[in-house]
Design a protein around this ligand. Structure first.
Ligand code: UDP
Ligand code: MG
Length: 339
Protein backbone atom coordinates (compact mmCIF):
# COMPACT_ATOMS: atom_id res chain seq x y z
CA UNK A 1 0.00 0.00 0.00
CA UNK A 2 1.74 3.17 -1.11
CA UNK A 3 0.28 6.01 0.89
CA UNK A 4 3.14 8.41 0.33
CA UNK A 5 2.16 8.75 -3.32
CA UNK A 6 -1.02 10.45 -2.26
CA UNK A 7 0.50 12.91 0.14
CA UNK A 8 0.05 15.90 -2.14
CA UNK A 9 -3.68 15.36 -2.46
CA UNK A 10 -4.12 15.29 1.30
CA UNK A 11 -3.14 18.89 1.59
CA UNK A 12 -5.23 21.64 0.14
CA UNK A 13 -3.92 24.81 1.68
CA UNK A 14 -0.25 23.88 1.41
CA UNK A 15 1.48 21.39 3.62
CA UNK A 16 1.25 21.97 7.37
CA UNK A 17 4.61 22.14 9.10
CA UNK A 18 6.01 22.12 12.59
CA UNK A 19 9.57 23.46 12.56
CA UNK A 20 11.05 21.85 9.48
CA UNK A 21 8.88 18.75 9.73
CA UNK A 22 6.11 18.25 7.22
CA UNK A 23 2.88 17.21 8.89
CA UNK A 24 0.36 15.23 6.96
CA UNK A 25 -1.40 13.45 9.77
CA UNK A 26 -2.19 14.15 13.41
CA UNK A 27 -3.17 11.07 15.38
CA UNK A 28 -5.35 12.14 18.31
CA UNK A 29 -5.97 9.78 21.24
CA UNK A 30 -7.94 10.50 24.45
CA UNK A 31 -6.40 8.88 27.52
CA UNK A 32 -8.18 8.23 30.80
CA UNK A 33 -6.37 5.85 33.13
CA UNK A 34 -4.66 3.79 30.42
CA UNK A 35 -1.15 3.72 31.85
CA UNK A 36 -0.40 0.10 30.84
CA UNK A 37 -1.47 0.65 27.26
CA UNK A 38 0.35 3.92 26.55
CA UNK A 39 3.87 2.64 25.68
CA UNK A 40 2.57 -0.02 23.28
CA UNK A 41 0.07 2.40 21.82
CA UNK A 42 2.73 4.97 20.95
CA UNK A 43 5.06 2.30 19.54
CA UNK A 44 2.29 0.84 17.41
CA UNK A 45 1.25 4.22 15.98
CA UNK A 46 4.84 5.33 15.37
CA UNK A 47 5.77 2.07 13.64
CA UNK A 48 2.82 2.24 11.26
CA UNK A 49 3.21 5.92 10.51
CA UNK A 50 6.96 5.68 9.90
CA UNK A 51 6.39 2.81 7.48
CA UNK A 52 3.80 4.88 5.62
CA UNK A 53 6.35 7.61 4.90
CA UNK A 54 3.89 10.32 5.91
CA UNK A 55 4.75 13.19 8.21
CA UNK A 56 2.86 12.61 11.45
CA UNK A 57 2.45 13.69 15.03
CA UNK A 58 0.84 11.81 17.90
CA UNK A 59 -1.31 13.84 20.25
CA UNK A 60 -2.25 12.11 23.48
CA UNK A 61 -4.79 14.02 25.52
CA UNK A 62 -4.88 13.08 29.17
CA UNK A 63 -8.38 13.46 30.50
CA UNK A 64 -7.58 13.78 34.20
CA UNK A 65 -6.10 10.30 34.75
CA UNK A 66 -5.13 9.27 38.26
CA UNK A 67 -3.16 6.11 37.54
CA UNK A 68 0.18 7.61 36.60
CA UNK A 69 -0.68 8.16 32.93
CA UNK A 70 0.14 11.86 33.29
CA UNK A 71 3.66 11.33 34.58
CA UNK A 72 4.35 8.71 31.93
CA UNK A 73 3.02 10.94 29.17
CA UNK A 74 5.11 13.90 30.28
CA UNK A 75 8.23 11.78 30.35
CA UNK A 76 7.62 10.24 26.94
CA UNK A 77 6.67 13.56 25.33
CA UNK A 78 9.97 15.07 26.41
CA UNK A 79 11.85 12.12 24.91
CA UNK A 80 10.15 11.84 21.55
CA UNK A 81 9.69 14.56 18.98
CA UNK A 82 6.68 12.90 17.35
CA UNK A 83 4.63 13.07 20.56
CA UNK A 84 2.64 15.95 21.97
CA UNK A 85 0.97 15.40 25.35
CA UNK A 86 -1.95 17.61 26.31
CA UNK A 87 -2.98 17.40 29.96
CA UNK A 88 -6.49 18.47 30.92
CA UNK A 89 -7.03 19.78 34.45
CA UNK A 90 -9.69 17.23 35.33
CA UNK A 91 -11.80 14.50 33.80
CA UNK A 92 -14.07 16.15 31.22
CA UNK A 93 -15.08 13.08 29.22
CA UNK A 94 -13.99 11.59 25.93
CA UNK A 95 -15.64 14.21 23.72
CA UNK A 96 -13.88 17.11 25.44
CA UNK A 97 -10.57 15.26 25.36
CA UNK A 98 -10.91 14.71 21.63
CA UNK A 99 -11.87 18.34 21.06
CA UNK A 100 -8.73 19.42 22.93
CA UNK A 101 -6.69 17.14 20.69
CA UNK A 102 -8.25 18.64 17.57
CA UNK A 103 -7.35 22.09 18.82
CA UNK A 104 -3.67 21.20 19.06
CA UNK A 105 -3.55 19.12 15.87
CA UNK A 106 -1.83 20.73 12.88
CA UNK A 107 -1.91 17.86 10.34
CA UNK A 108 -3.88 18.07 7.10
CA UNK A 109 -5.67 14.91 8.12
CA UNK A 110 -6.66 13.94 11.64
CA UNK A 111 -7.03 10.35 12.78
CA UNK A 112 -8.66 9.46 16.09
CA UNK A 113 -8.51 6.20 17.98
CA UNK A 114 -8.96 4.85 21.50
CA UNK A 115 -6.08 4.69 23.94
CA UNK A 116 -6.81 1.16 25.12
CA UNK A 117 -5.37 -0.69 22.09
CA UNK A 118 -8.84 -1.89 21.08
CA UNK A 119 -8.41 -0.09 17.77
CA UNK A 120 -5.39 -1.15 15.72
CA UNK A 121 -3.12 1.63 14.40
CA UNK A 122 -2.19 -0.71 11.52
CA UNK A 123 -5.49 0.34 9.91
CA UNK A 124 -4.57 4.04 9.77
CA UNK A 125 -2.93 4.10 6.29
CA UNK A 126 -5.94 2.32 4.83
CA UNK A 127 -8.27 5.00 6.22
CA UNK A 128 -5.99 7.75 4.89
CA UNK A 129 -5.95 6.14 1.45
CA UNK A 130 -9.73 6.20 1.47
CA UNK A 131 -9.71 9.84 2.58
CA UNK A 132 -7.54 10.58 -0.43
CA UNK A 133 -10.18 9.22 -2.74
CA UNK A 134 -12.07 12.42 -2.02
CA UNK A 135 -13.86 11.87 1.26
CA UNK A 136 -13.95 14.28 4.18
CA UNK A 137 -14.52 11.59 6.79
CA UNK A 138 -13.77 7.88 6.82
CA UNK A 139 -15.25 5.98 9.73
CA UNK A 140 -14.02 2.63 11.01
CA UNK A 141 -16.47 -0.23 11.27
CA UNK A 142 -15.69 -2.82 13.95
CA UNK A 143 -17.10 -5.67 11.93
CA UNK A 144 -15.85 -8.27 14.41
CA UNK A 145 -16.21 -6.32 17.61
CA UNK A 146 -14.64 -7.80 20.74
CA UNK A 147 -16.88 -6.57 23.53
CA UNK A 148 -19.52 -8.09 25.82
CA UNK A 149 -22.57 -9.15 23.81
CA UNK A 150 -25.44 -8.16 26.06
CA UNK A 151 -24.26 -4.94 27.69
CA UNK A 152 -22.28 -3.52 24.77
CA UNK A 153 -23.07 -5.07 21.40
CA UNK A 154 -26.86 -5.11 21.71
CA UNK A 155 -27.31 -1.49 22.89
CA UNK A 156 -24.81 -0.44 20.25
CA UNK A 157 -26.72 -2.26 17.49
CA UNK A 158 -29.93 -0.53 18.48
CA UNK A 159 -28.19 2.84 18.84
CA UNK A 160 -26.56 2.54 15.42
CA UNK A 161 -29.86 1.70 13.80
CA UNK A 162 -31.59 4.59 15.56
CA UNK A 163 -28.86 7.09 14.77
CA UNK A 164 -28.90 6.02 11.14
CA UNK A 165 -32.66 6.47 10.94
CA UNK A 166 -32.68 9.84 12.64
CA UNK A 167 -29.65 11.42 11.02
CA UNK A 168 -29.92 9.85 7.59
CA UNK A 169 -26.22 8.90 7.65
CA UNK A 170 -26.06 5.19 6.96
CA UNK A 171 -22.91 3.80 8.54
CA UNK A 172 -22.74 0.64 10.62
CA UNK A 173 -20.70 1.68 13.61
CA UNK A 174 -20.98 5.18 15.03
CA UNK A 175 -19.24 4.19 18.24
CA UNK A 176 -15.96 3.24 16.58
CA UNK A 177 -13.34 5.79 17.59
CA UNK A 178 -11.02 4.93 14.73
CA UNK A 179 -11.88 7.57 12.16
CA UNK A 180 -10.01 9.80 9.73
CA UNK A 181 -11.01 13.39 8.97
CA UNK A 182 -9.85 16.18 6.77
CA UNK A 183 -8.79 18.85 9.23
CA UNK A 184 -10.84 21.62 7.53
CA UNK A 185 -13.93 19.63 8.36
CA UNK A 186 -13.16 19.48 12.08
CA UNK A 187 -12.32 23.17 12.15
CA UNK A 188 -15.97 23.84 11.26
CA UNK A 189 -17.46 21.74 14.04
CA UNK A 190 -18.11 22.41 17.70
CA UNK A 191 -18.40 19.51 20.10
CA UNK A 192 -20.56 19.31 23.20
CA UNK A 193 -21.97 16.61 25.49
CA UNK A 194 -21.04 13.15 24.23
CA UNK A 195 -21.24 14.26 20.66
CA UNK A 196 -18.03 12.62 19.47
CA UNK A 197 -19.97 9.56 18.31
CA UNK A 198 -22.16 11.85 16.26
CA UNK A 199 -19.26 13.42 14.41
CA UNK A 200 -20.31 11.68 11.17
CA UNK A 201 -23.83 13.06 11.59
CA UNK A 202 -22.54 16.54 12.42
CA UNK A 203 -20.17 16.30 9.49
CA UNK A 204 -23.10 15.34 7.29
CA UNK A 205 -24.95 18.45 8.43
CA UNK A 206 -21.84 20.38 7.35
CA UNK A 207 -22.11 18.78 3.93
CA UNK A 208 -19.20 16.35 4.26
CA UNK A 209 -18.60 13.28 2.07
CA UNK A 210 -18.62 10.31 4.39
CA UNK A 211 -17.77 6.64 4.03
CA UNK A 212 -16.76 3.67 6.16
CA UNK A 213 -14.25 0.82 6.11
CA UNK A 214 -14.13 -2.40 8.15
CA UNK A 215 -11.31 -2.23 10.71
CA UNK A 216 -9.73 -4.59 13.21
CA UNK A 217 -10.89 -4.62 16.81
CA UNK A 218 -9.27 -6.28 19.81
CA UNK A 219 -10.52 -7.11 23.28
CA UNK A 220 -9.36 -4.74 26.00
CA UNK A 221 -6.03 -6.02 27.40
CA UNK A 222 -5.48 -3.59 30.28
CA UNK A 223 -7.68 -1.57 32.59
CA UNK A 224 -11.42 -1.49 32.12
CA UNK A 225 -14.03 0.22 30.01
CA UNK A 226 -15.05 3.67 31.22
CA UNK A 227 -18.64 3.17 30.18
CA UNK A 228 -21.61 1.04 31.17
CA UNK A 229 -25.27 0.83 30.24
CA UNK A 230 -25.84 4.36 31.61
CA UNK A 231 -24.34 5.74 28.44
CA UNK A 232 -27.39 4.65 26.44
CA UNK A 233 -29.75 7.30 27.80
CA UNK A 234 -27.20 10.07 27.26
CA UNK A 235 -26.73 8.94 23.70
CA UNK A 236 -30.48 9.15 23.14
CA UNK A 237 -30.56 12.72 24.50
CA UNK A 238 -27.69 13.73 22.23
CA UNK A 239 -29.53 12.11 19.36
CA UNK A 240 -32.53 14.39 19.99
CA UNK A 241 -30.24 17.41 19.87
CA UNK A 242 -28.71 16.23 16.62
CA UNK A 243 -32.11 15.61 15.10
CA UNK A 244 -33.14 19.14 15.96
CA UNK A 245 -29.90 20.60 14.61
CA UNK A 246 -30.27 18.69 11.39
CA UNK A 247 -33.89 19.62 10.73
CA UNK A 248 -34.24 23.09 12.15
CA UNK A 249 -30.90 24.69 12.95
CA UNK A 250 -31.29 27.43 10.38
CA UNK A 251 -35.08 27.47 10.34
CA UNK A 252 -36.61 26.71 13.78
CA UNK A 253 -39.82 28.50 12.82
CA UNK A 254 -40.45 25.76 10.25
CA UNK A 255 -40.59 23.27 13.10
CA UNK A 256 -42.26 25.06 16.01
CA UNK A 257 -44.22 27.50 13.88
CA UNK A 258 -45.93 24.85 11.80
CA UNK A 259 -47.07 22.86 14.85
CA UNK A 260 -48.14 26.07 16.58
CA UNK A 261 -50.20 27.16 13.62
CA UNK A 262 -51.86 23.76 13.20
CA UNK A 263 -52.72 23.77 16.90
CA UNK A 264 -54.19 27.28 16.80
CA UNK A 265 -56.23 26.56 13.67
CA UNK A 266 -57.61 23.32 15.13
CA UNK A 267 -58.50 25.16 18.36
CA UNK A 268 -60.21 27.94 16.47
CA UNK A 269 -62.17 25.50 14.30
CA UNK A 270 -63.47 23.61 17.32
CA UNK A 271 -64.13 26.94 19.08
CA UNK A 272 -66.32 28.11 16.23
CA UNK A 273 -68.22 24.82 16.40
CA UNK A 274 -68.81 25.29 20.15
CA UNK A 275 -69.88 28.92 19.61
CA UNK A 276 -72.42 27.69 17.06
CA UNK A 277 -73.76 25.12 19.54
CA UNK A 278 -74.07 27.75 22.23
CA UNK A 279 -75.59 30.65 20.32
CA UNK A 280 -77.09 28.87 17.28
CA UNK A 281 -78.70 25.93 19.07
CA UNK A 282 -78.79 27.32 22.60
CA UNK A 283 -76.97 24.29 24.06
CA UNK A 284 -74.90 24.47 27.25
CA UNK A 285 -71.17 23.98 26.58
CA UNK A 286 -69.71 24.89 29.97
CA UNK A 287 -69.05 21.29 31.11
CA UNK A 288 -67.77 19.90 27.83
CA UNK A 289 -64.26 18.42 27.64
CA UNK A 290 -64.11 19.83 24.11
CA UNK A 291 -64.06 23.35 25.57
CA UNK A 292 -60.99 22.43 27.55
CA UNK A 293 -59.34 21.03 24.43
CA UNK A 294 -60.05 24.27 22.55
CA UNK A 295 -58.35 26.29 25.30
CA UNK A 296 -55.32 23.97 25.40
CA UNK A 297 -54.92 23.93 21.63
CA UNK A 298 -55.03 27.71 21.32
CA UNK A 299 -52.79 28.49 24.31
CA UNK A 300 -50.35 25.73 23.38
CA UNK A 301 -50.31 26.86 19.76
CA UNK A 302 -49.53 30.46 20.65
CA UNK A 303 -46.71 29.26 22.91
CA UNK A 304 -45.22 27.08 20.19
CA UNK A 305 -45.38 29.98 17.76
CA UNK A 306 -43.65 32.34 20.19
CA UNK A 307 -41.10 29.65 20.98
CA UNK A 308 -40.33 29.35 17.28
CA UNK A 309 -39.81 33.11 17.01
CA UNK A 310 -37.49 33.09 20.02
CA UNK A 311 -35.58 30.17 18.50
CA UNK A 312 -35.21 32.20 15.29
CA UNK A 313 -33.63 35.04 17.25
CA UNK A 314 -31.42 32.62 19.14
CA UNK A 315 -30.33 30.97 15.91
CA UNK A 316 -29.31 34.29 14.42
CA UNK A 317 -27.23 35.02 17.50
CA UNK A 318 -25.68 31.57 17.27
CA UNK A 319 -24.55 32.09 13.70
CA UNK A 320 -23.69 35.78 13.78
CA UNK A 321 -21.85 35.86 17.10
CA UNK A 322 -19.24 33.48 15.73
CA UNK A 323 -19.42 34.53 12.09
CA UNK A 324 -20.76 31.14 11.29
CA UNK A 325 -22.14 31.01 7.76
CA UNK A 326 -25.29 29.00 7.12
CA UNK A 327 -23.53 27.21 4.27
CA UNK A 328 -20.22 25.44 3.73
CA UNK A 329 -18.11 25.92 0.60
CA UNK A 330 -16.23 22.91 -0.71
CA UNK A 331 -14.17 24.70 -3.39
CA UNK A 332 -14.03 27.97 -5.26
CA UNK A 333 -12.54 27.72 -8.75
CA UNK A 334 -11.32 30.47 -11.07
CA UNK A 335 -11.61 34.28 -10.87
CA UNK A 336 -8.64 34.33 -8.51
CA UNK A 337 -10.85 32.43 -6.06
CA UNK A 338 -11.08 35.57 -3.95
CA UNK A 339 -14.12 37.42 -2.78
N1 UDP B 1 -11.84 8.20 27.77
C1 UDP B 1 -11.55 9.51 28.12
N2 UDP B 1 -12.30 10.13 29.09
C2 UDP B 1 -13.34 9.51 29.72
C3 UDP B 1 -13.66 8.18 29.33
C4 UDP B 1 -12.90 7.57 28.36
O1 UDP B 1 -10.62 10.11 27.57
O2 UDP B 1 -13.97 10.11 30.59
C5 UDP B 1 -11.04 7.54 26.75
C6 UDP B 1 -10.46 6.19 27.16
O3 UDP B 1 -9.22 6.34 27.80
C7 UDP B 1 -10.32 5.49 25.83
C8 UDP B 1 -11.49 6.03 25.04
O4 UDP B 1 -11.88 7.24 25.66
O5 UDP B 1 -9.12 5.85 25.18
C9 UDP B 1 -12.65 5.06 24.97
O6 UDP B 1 -12.99 4.61 26.24
P1 UDP B 1 -13.33 3.08 26.55
O7 UDP B 1 -12.33 2.20 25.92
O8 UDP B 1 -13.52 2.94 28.04
O9 UDP B 1 -14.73 2.92 25.83
P2 UDP B 1 -15.26 1.58 25.11
O10 UDP B 1 -14.21 1.14 24.11
O11 UDP B 1 -15.44 0.58 26.19
O12 UDP B 1 -16.53 2.02 24.46
MG1 MG C 1 -12.31 0.69 24.52
Amino acid sequence: MDVSMNVSTLSRQGVARVGDRRLDVSVVVPIYNEVESIPRLIEAIATTMQASGLGYEIILVDDGSRDGSVELLKRLALDRDDLKAVMLRKNYGQTAAMAAGFYYAVGDAIVTLDGDLQNDPVDIPMLLDKLNEGYDLVSGWRKQRQDAALTRLLPSKIANWLIGRVTGVKIHDYGCSLKAYRSELLADMNLYGELHRFLPALAFIEGARITELPVRHHARQFGQSKYGLGRTIRVVMDLLTIYFMKRFLTKPMHGFGVFGLISILAGMGLGIYLTFLKFGLGMAIGDRPLLMLVAILIIGGVQLLCFGLLAELQMRTYHESQNRPIYRVRDVVGGGSQR
